[in-house]
Ligand binder design. Structure first.
Ligand code: HEM
Length: 479
């Protein structure tokens, strides 16, 4: 059977990609929503305007939904380390065990505790106190991100380790070096600003759908203003953080950078930037391209001169360095087309969202009638889905770009897979996960739509009820 001829390695990679992409739909959204909701509640505390309280409660409900689905998908994600990547887990366990344990025990715990307190105590604390809980929830989610990214950053740029001579595994020599890994402190701002941009775009887009449905105009217009302002600032911030990321990969993973720019040959003193291009990945050459002179030097070094190394010479360097250990058949070229187009989707996406934010802010000033601009509202509505694509494109660059390494320079992808897992087992778990994710996605969309259709005036959530409501009562659990 043709399907059974697909190997365990390909199926394990497919499964990890599927679970990660799906999980990462919810992660940036819930991190960003925690920030946007905290901002809304703070505006309520400062301006004492009830509409902001309603906003925090309405958007908070969508935030809770995404948080719940995010947790479930995250748990499934972790199963795979033992099931499909046991050689990797043995090799890396000493390093990634500590950050992941701290994440679960401290950061995730903090986030979950404060989200619960925030949800059930709207009428039990003064607004000034209550708002602290959502900021603490947000802080918990950011700390959580730091620890997960610390583990991922080691895979991209290993620091603070030594190879145990008898086991051949990595052992931690400096926890400080793992936490201060420069890769981590470049990824973190980019991921967080991307997350806030994601949430702001969704708030703006859902508000646009609300206005198209012609209900709660005042509420949705105000929500849209908040969404657009956050889109503007986070859109600028994600670009600045992305620029830092670019500088980092030029140094640490030049093959990844060369692939994002579709560069096979080394450039001259000034590097031209390929805007779009087609590639022959077998012959390792560019087939056709449209280029802007000197623009790649500007992107890479912020000046008009500076050469960039191409994939062909980098490939030779890798062979010279690793052939003794991995043999001369090893392929060090990363998937060029995936990286090249992902970069353009991600970076072009930020420009698009920034433009929408600027036009949107201009259209929603005092006395504006944005509710009548139906064409523009549709564009904003459709834009709701785009940051999820941009986030996935970002991770495609990060993860496909470290090929053939699982842990950069230390373990290859092929060496990390479980030795005993069978093709049949892989197919089974792939299909089960796919069905579960489809179900969870459908539940998320169904309930988000339900919340939207009910609108802000019908918040029947436990946390909107009176001061004497018991969070553990049957009603609170909807029984
Ligand atoms: C001009 C704008 C942007 C630039 C220059 C940029 C640059 C980069 C670079 C170079 C990477 C790869 C880093 C690595 O492999 O270590 C990356 C990854 C990523 N990007 Fe972007 N990016 C931009 C916009 C965006 C936007 C708008 C989003 C999301 C809404 C986004 C989300 C991500 C994510 C989630 C990753 C993977 C995590 C990471 O490595 O940081 N990026 N970006």
């Amino acid at each position: 059977m043709a399907l059974m001829s697909i190997g365990v390695l390909s199926l394990a990679r497919w499964q990890f990609a599927m679970t990660t992409v799906f999980h990462f739909f919810f992660v940036p959204f819930s991190i960003g929503m925690a920030f946007v909701v905290a901002l809304m509640e703070t505006m309520y505390v400062v301006k004492k305007n009830e509409v902001y309280k309603k906003m925090a409660q309405f958007w908070g409900k969508i935030f809770l939904l995404s948080f719940a689905v995010g947790v479930v998908t995250g748990i499934i994600q972790e199963f795979q380390f033992g099931m499909n990547w046991s050689n990797y887990s043995r090799f890396m366990g000493d390093i990634f065990g500590a950050p992941l344990a701290i994440e679960a025990l401290l950061a995730f715990f903090m986030e979950s505790v404060f989200i619960g307190i925030w949800m059930f105590t709207w009428n039990r604390f003064k607004p000034k106190t209550h708002v602290i809980f959502i900021w603490l929830t947000m802080l918990g989610s950011m700390l959580s991100a730091i620890w997960i990214l610390a583990a991922n950053s080691f895979m991209q740029h290993p620091t603070g380790f030594a190879i145990n001579a008898s086991t051949g595994r990595v052992k931690m020599t400096s926890f400080g070096a793992i936490v201060s890994n420069p890769q981590l402190w470049n990824v973190f701002p980019h991921v967080i600003t991307g997350a806030i941009l994601t949430a702001a775009t969704v708030v703006t887009g859902i508000a646009a759908f609300g206005l198209l449905r012609k209900h709660s105009n005042h509420f949705f217009k105000k929500s849209m203003r908040v969404g657009l302002w956050v889109m503007l600032f986070s859109g600028i911030a994600v670009i600045i953080a992305g620029d830092f990321q670019t500088q980092r990969i030029i140094q640490d993973q030049p093959m990844k950078f060369a692939a994002t720019e579709g560069l096979y040959k080394d450039t001259g003193k000034s590097a031209d930037w390929t805007v779009i291009g087609t590639f022959d990945t077998d012959k390792h050459e560019v087939k056709s391209s449209i280029e802007i002179p000197k623009a790649l030097s500007i992107l890479a070094y912020h000046k008009t001169t500076g050469s960039v190394q191409g994939m062909n010479s980098l490939n030779k360097e890798f062979h010279a360095k690793y052939d003794k250990k991995y043999g001369s058949d090893m392929n060090y070229y990363v998937p060029v087309k995936t990286l090249f187009w992902s970069f353009r989707v991600m970076a072009g996406g930020s420009a698009l969202l920034l433009l929408l934010a600027i036009i949107g802010l201009a259209m929603t000033g005092k006395n504006s009638k944005i509710e009548n601009r139906r064409g523009f509202l549709w564009i904003l509505g459709i834009a709701t889905y785009t940051p999820f694509v941009f986030n996935s494109a970002g991770w495609f660059i990060t993860e496909f770009g470290r090929y053939p390494w699982l842990v950069y320079g230390l373990q290859t992808i092929a060496d990390g897979v479980s030795p005993t897992t069978t093709v049949g087992q892989m197919w089974f778990t792939n299909i089960v996960y796919f069905l579960m994710f489809s179900l969870m996605g459908a539940i998320m969309v169904f309930y988000s739509r339900k919340i939207m259709i009910k609108g802000p005036d019908n918040l029947d959530m436990a946390y909107g009820k009176s001061a004497d409501s018991d969070p553990f009562s049957k009603e609170a659990f909807g029984a």
